[in-house]
Write a protein that binds this ligand. Structure first.
Ligand code: DC
Length: 227
């Protein structure tokens, strides 16, 4: 699909800092924002709510095709996600929400069902799209493609700090195991696996702060004359 409306894609594994950088970039540019992971997370959650087994591919695809989802920005600036009008933002952000998303995301017909929905986010003045296959499949004609990554150990450590700060009791080795399992599922699936697009700029965020990564990203945005 070719369109005049510019898109910047930010792909990579979970916990590399994509979400924070994508939000910051969209608000700096005044562009729209697509959190494609939320669509897969809500699909997994909707299955739980509707009593559908993640292993029943036909039923999961039906859920994805009819997904009643709405994004709202709260006064605090937080993006809230509703399924059938009910806020599910908290449930979809749990570790099991991530596992469900990664499981249903490996089903080809689910990915096909969510493809057009993702492309509908492309509206002037531009779109920042966060996910796994934004640069390779959904917006293959993007103006700028970034792939943010970090070692699994560092991503587990960051996630551990976040959860501890929220008062949750978690085990670091268990988190690392979950992250490695999710990476393997996302990278080895038959459709739209997690890989950098050939023309993506790969940024390793293992030992960089959010500010340092954002500076690098803005450098690329300026180089492409997108600002
Ligand atoms: O970005 P996230 O952690 O919210 O994504 C949750 C899961 O959804 C991730 O493990 C894989 C899947 N996903 C995907 O397959 N394709 C995308 N474009 C976004 C997410």
């Amino acid at each position: 699909m070719v369109s005049d409306c510019p898109v910047i894609t930010i792909d990579g594994p979970s916990g590399a800092g994509k979400g924070t950088i994508s939000h910051l970039l969209a608000s700096t540019l005044g562009w729209h924002f697509l959190d494609s992971g939320a669509l897969y997370r809500v699909t997994g959650q909707a299955c739980l709510l509707e009593g559908v087994d993640w292993a029943d591919h036909d039923a999961v695809s039906r859920i994805a095709r009819g997904l009643n989802i709405e994004f709202r920005t709260a006064e605090s600036g937080e993006v809230l996600v509703a399924y059938k009008g009910v806020d599910v933002s908290r449930e979809i952000r749990t570790e099991s929400g991530g596992r469900g998303a990664s499981t249903v995301a490996a089903i080809p017909s689910v990915r096909a069902a969510l493809l057009l929905r993702q492309r509908e986010f492309r509206r002037p003045p531009g779109l920042v799209a966060d996910g796994r296959d934004m640069g390779t499949v959904v917006f293959a004609d993007a103006s700028l493609k970034l792939f943010l990554t970090a070692s699994a150990a560092e991503r587990a450590r960051r996630r551990y700090k976040q959860l501890i700060a929220k008062g949750e009791s978690v085990s670091l080795p268990r988190l690392l195991e979950d992250i490695e399992e999710r990476d393997a599922r996302d990278m080895q699936r038959s459709v739209s696996p997690l890989v950098p697009a050939e023309d993506a700029i790969v940024i390793d965020c293992s030992s960089s702060s959010i500010e340092q990564v954002f500076d690098l990203v803005m450098h690329e945005v300026k180089r492409k004359c997108l600002i």
